[in-house]
Design a protein around this ligand. Sequence first.
Ligand SMILES: [Zn+2]
Length: 357
Amino acid sequence: MQNVNLCAQTPVLDEIRNVAEGWINEIDLFALHSVENGVGGPFGAALYLYNSATKAHEMIGEMMGNAVLSTGCGSAHAEDRTLNSSHIEILKDRLAQLAPQKYQLYIVMVSSAESCPACHSKEQIVARDLISCGLLDEGHFIVVYGATYQDTAEVAGFHDAPYFEDIQKDIGDGLIKVRHLDVADSPVDIRQALTQSDLADRADQDFCVIVQNGHILSCGHDNLSSYAPFASASYLTIQSACCTQKDQGASQPWNLRGAVLYTTQSDIGPLTYTECQWTNISAIIQIKNTGHSSSTEARGITNQTLFKIVGTPDYSHPNSAVYMMKLGNFANLAQHGWKNRLEQIGDSILYNGIDAA
Ligand SMILES: [Zn+2]
C-alpha cells in the first residue's frame, strides 16, 4: 500500500463529509426503527458509491442495522452486515462497469457510530481486496461516522474503547490468552476434528474448532471468495457457535462464556482476535504442524501488519487502506431511543463481550 497524498484529496473529503451529513440522518432513523422492533443495538450503516466528478451517488444494496439480538451473533454489527456478500457483489459489478471513471470513484461507508475494531478489520480487508483487484484507487475507501466511542458509552452504555485499547497491546498481553500447541500434544477430540476436516482437499484453508466446557461447539474451514473476503474459518466458526447456542435456547447466544478457539491460523490477525473479543472467547490456541497452510486476513500484508494498522490510534495513517472521518452534526436518535427503551423495560443488562473491566 503506497502512501496516499490525503492533502491533495482534502476538497473531495470535505465534499463527502457534507453529503454524508444528509445520509446519516436517514441511517439514524433506520437504526431507531431497529431498536423499536427489538432487532439489535442502536446502530445503522450503509454503503455508497460517490462520483467526485459528477457528484452522483448511489446506495449499494440497502441500509443495515445491528442484528446481534435477532441473529444471536456477537459481531452482527451494522458495518459487518453492510459488507455482506450480496452487497460486495453489487459493489464489484458497479466498479467494474464504471472502470473508466475509477479515479473519480469513492466508496463511502456511513455508520451511525465509530466502528469497533472487528468492523474496522473488515473495512480494511474489503478495501484492500478492492484495491488489489484494481477496482478502486488507494485512499478512496472512506468511512464516516456519527457517534464516537465516548458518545456511545455515555448515551447507550456500550464500551468499545477498551477493546480498541486491547488490540494496541502485543498479542498474548491482552484480554485473550494466545498460545501455541503442537498437534501431537492437542486434545484427542481436536485431533479427530482435524482428521475429519477433509485435510487432503482443504489443506490450503485454515480450520478452527471452538470448545466450551470440554465439548466441541462448532468447527469449520474458511469459505473465502471474491464476494466474501472476510469469511475466514474463525469468523464462520464463531458465528456457527453462536447459532448453536441460539438453537439451544440460550438467553445470550452471543456469549460463548470463556470458550477456547483452536485454530490452524499461523499468525493471529485482528479479525480472529476481535471476533473473539465480542463473543467472550477466553483463549486462542494455535495448533502447529497440522499440514494446513495459512492465508492472511487481508490481501498483500501480514496479519501482524494488519493488527498494527487496526490498532493504531490515528486511524487514517499512511498505511491504512481506510480513511475515517467524524461527522460534525449528528442527532444520535437511535442511541437515545435505546437508552429510553432500557429505562422503560427496566433492563440494565448490556452485554459487551469479554470483560474488559
Ligand atoms: Zn463492530
